[in-house]
Ligand binder design. Structure first.
Ligand SMILES: [Zn+2]
Length: 412
């Protein structure tokens, strides 16, 4: 395991030619002392080794690993925390998105991004970063919070992310910061437009929570010949009441999958949604799973029931009910393998540097590190090595190699 960091970086360079692609990243400094390509290279290493801040990164400036990864030239020295923060404010996001586009193309060509029941599925969701009563910037969103002694203004940022879903590798493709005066859906629409303009075939179906079940989002998707599977909640009360009335007249389709029993209802042709020209279909799934829980010295048995309703633009001819339920549940991948993972294991819950450009730049570089790490673990490590260990085990091995400066062979 000693050389696993070197192996992971060599893999990144061999498969994704990252060193060549860093040369295309630009920033707006006037007289750069350190070439721009050094910064994304340093930050990818920071994320791969799960460091928490630029200052933690600065503690490891003298490692052999840096000289090996950045090259021996004098101007390729490891920058300090202030230099990294300064450049992250000025880095060109479009050029970072070019690197992600290159990763996407490689993964598509190598058939790593798989279809789900014959369809390419993506998920969109938002996440909040670093709320504070004191630290703020020009682009901070604000809200009034009740605290002891009255109301206080809280500053925070919100970011929307689009993730391509699959069975093994899931690519976090793009991120967009919610601007002042707009809502999450406004930022998501801007990101979806950009993704569809650049990668028209990246997905066929977009899934999201109830917030995205809005006519402008569905209209945008249909304009690009894409479909939506969104959670349906009380915001569309009329549609929900209409659907429930029809569900009562229909016998549910009952299917079993593992210990869970699904009761599914499916009605299409609803035209009552204001502002939407396309008829929509509503699918309901009531899922019962027997649960055995320990309560002190006794075991209790109960049945856990979940009730889900989705609205979709897909017709019954195109996709059967079970697939709509599958796509609807796939949305959890962005929660579990997306936000949950990058927040708990990659320390993305705080802003490494509080500046709107830095926040997005750091998230885009994190997406690159995330893709490299998962491709390396699932596609490069031998199955015999992989099967006995968890993903987090490999992450800790890479981090340990970095911290102990295990690098072989040592540079001359
Ligand atoms: Zn801010």
């Amino acid at each position: 395991m000693r050389g696993i960091l070197r192996r992971a970086l060599a893999y990144a360079d061999r498969v994704f030619q990252l060193k060549r692609w860093w040369k295309r990243v630009r920033d707006s400094r006037r007289q750069p002392q350190i070439p721009t390509e050094v910064f994304p290279a340093v930050l990818v290493m920071m994320f791969l080794c799960r460091l928490r801040s630029f200052h933690e990164l600065e503690q490891y400036r003298d490692l052999v690993a840096w000289r090996c990864w950045l090259g021996p030239a004098k101007d390729r020295r490891m920058p300090c925390a202030d230099e990294i923060a300064y450049v992250s404010e000025r880095i060109d996001l479009a050029t970072l998105r070019d690197v992600l586009a290159h990763l996407y193309t490689r993964l598509m060509r190598n058939k790593v991004l798989q279809r789900m029941r014959g369809w390419r599925v993506a998920a969109v969701d938002g996440h909040e970063i670093g709320s504070s009563y004191k630290r703020c910037c020009e682009e901070c969103l604000t809200r009034n919070v009740e605290v002891k002694g009255g109301k206080r203004i809280q500053y925070y940022h919100r970011i929307v992310v689009l993730q391509l879903l699959g069975e093994t590798v899931r690519l976090l493709l793009d991120a967009e910061l919610v601007k002042k005066g707009e809502d999450e859906v406004g930022a998501a629409k801007r990101m979806i437009e950009r993704v569809l303009h650049r990668f028209p075939r990246s997905f066929d179906i977009l899934t999201g929570d109830a917030l995205y079940a809005q006519a402008p989002v569905l209209r945008l998707l249909r304009r690009h010949n894409k479909h939506a599977v969104m959670v349906l909640k009380d915001e569309h009360r009329d549609l929900l009441i209409d659907a429930e009335a029809l569900f009562r007249q229909q016998q549910p389709r009952i299917v079993g999958e593992g210990p869970t029993t699904f009761q599914q209802w499916d009605v299409e042709g609803f035209t009552s949604w204001t502002g939407l020209e396309h008829p929509v279909r509503v699918v309901r799934s009531v899922e019962s799973t027997p649960v055995r829980e320990r309560d002190g010295k006794q075991w209790t048995h109960s049945v856990q029931i979940h009730n889900w309703t989705w609205v979709t633009t897909l017709s019954q001819k195109q996709v059967p009910t079970s697939s709509v339920v599958r796509f609807g549940h796939a949305r959890w991948q962005i929660e579990n393998q997306g936000f949950n993972e990058i927040v708990t294991s990659w320390h993305a819950d705080h802003s490494f540097h509080h500046h709107p450009n830095s926040i997005v730049a750091l998230w885009l570089i994190l997406f690159i590190a995330h893709a490299v790490f998962h491709c390396f673990v699932t596609r490069n490590l031998k199955p015999q090595l992989r099967q006995n260990h968890t993903i987090i085990f490999w992450a800790l091995q890479i981090a340990a190699c970095f911290r102990l400066d295990y690098w072989w062979p040592p540079p001359i």
